[in-house]
Design a protein around this ligand. Structure first.
Ligand SMILES: *Cc1c(COP(=O)(O)O)cnc(C)c1O
Length: 366
């Protein structure tokens, strides 16, 4: 079976270094909020080009705590509207509702699957206070236009960078465009830990300070609590794993880009719609998604040929039981994407013979 993503094979490449890093933490006798976290935060901030990086327990907390911090800082209040793409992974929307803010779902650009400036303009109201662009599947949203619009309308921007580590426009990386960027280091993400982890990047000192308190019981100083915070810390072991893997992120991205190039050049079947690349450098190919009307039949056909595929995602957030009755709008573009989208095997260790077999199989599908 050609695996959709071979995590074991990816991490095996770095096994000696990962073991060494793990031993270092065991031997240190210090397991939470120590030098490994501080070191990873510094390296990741530098990688993204931001002043600050704040490690947290996962990507959802990175999003949720940033919005929470803006509430604590008086920049947002309950009932404020946040513009978010309707076709995102549910985490982006959960972070908004968890904070008693109001998600305004916007249909994406059907070519890029990301927010468009027109969509944002049409969704802006008196109550709009923030935009939450999601760089879906690894392609960065039009951040230059979004920031110009946000600045002229006094809106906060929180980038959901969970799928887009290292994606950039004009040499400026995601996480450094908005007021803050939220990252997930879930094992299957482009930069993946060996467990759960996440982080926020920002250039805003007051936001960074507030987040550091919120992730640790709202405490900025031992036994003193400024906020009713949470426990959402990135532990030393995962920080050490991430420091090892960060060194290889750009090389892995290049491998993903060459797989994407082979797919884009090789797949030539009128039944299959290929993804649109706005700017080559802007895409880090977390996922390579195609669209096909007869998806179930294509999945069965590929399974027969030993090719594993996945659907990201089968049910849009507005149709989930969790949000029953909450969203009353019509989202035909989003529903169409969810009905037709299919993710092909993609990763930094995908072998070229396998890619050739996948392309040949797709081209023979009729
Ligand atoms: C994975 C993901 C998240 C959540 O990250 P976790 O670390 O799993 O909490 C948020 N947003 C998007 C777009 C994601 O793909």
């Amino acid at each position: 079976m050609i695996k959709f993503l071979d995590l074991k094979k990816i991490n095996e490449q770095y096994k000696d270094e990962l073991n060494e890093a793990c031993s270092r933490v065991i031997d240190s006798g210090w397991y939470i909020q120590g030098t490994e976290l501080a070191s990873f935060e510094e390296q990741f901030a530098q990688y993204c080009g931001t002043k600050y990086c704040i490690g947290v327990a996962n990507g959802l907390d990175a999003l949720t705590l940033t919005l929470r911090a803006w509430k604590e800082l008086g920049k947002l209040s309950a009932g404020d509207e946040v513009i978010v793409p309707a076709n995102t992974y549910i985490a982006s929307i959960l972070s908004i509702t968890e904070n008693d803010l109001v998600p305004v779902l916007v249909e994406p650009d059907p070519q890029t699957y990301n927010l468009s400036i027109e969509g944002i303009k049409n969704a802006t109201s008196q109550k709009t206070k923030a935009i939450l662009p999601v760089h879906l599947y690894g392609q960065i949203s039009p951040m230059d236009e979004i920031m110009a619009y946000a600045n002229s309308h006094n809106l906060l921007v929180l980038e959901d960078c969970a799928q887009s580590h290292g994606a950039q426009i004009a040499n400026k990386k995601c996480g450094n465009w908005g007021d803050a960027g939220a990252f997930s280091f879930y094992p299957g993400k482009n930069l993946g830990a060996l467990g759960d982890a996440g982080a926020i990047t920002t250039n805003d000192e007051s936001l960074a300070t507030t987040l550091k308190a919120l992730r640790n019981y709202g405490s900025h100083k031992k036994y003193e609590n400024l906020y009713q915070g949470v426990n959402s810390r990135l532990d030393e072991i995962q920080a050490a794993m991430l420091s090892v893997k960060l060194k290889y992120l750009d090389a892995e991205t290049q491998q993903r880009q060459s797989v994407a190039k082979a797919y884009l050049e090789g797949i030539n079947n009128p039944l299959i719609k290929l993804p649109t690349v706005v700017e080559q450098v802007g895409h880090v190919w977390h996922l390579f998604t195609i669209e096909v009307e007869d998806r179930d039949r294509l999945i069965a056909y590929l399974t027969e040929k030993d090719i594993q595929t996945l659907v990201h995602y089968p049910i849009p957030p507005h149709m989930q039981q969790a949000y029953k009755g909450v969203f009353t709008g019509e989202y035909p573009i989003t529903e169409n994407i969810h009905n037709n989208i299919l993710s092909l095997p993609m990763g930094p260790v995908t072998n070229i013979k396998d890619i050739e077999w996948i392309i040949e199989s797709l081209n023979n599908f009729s």
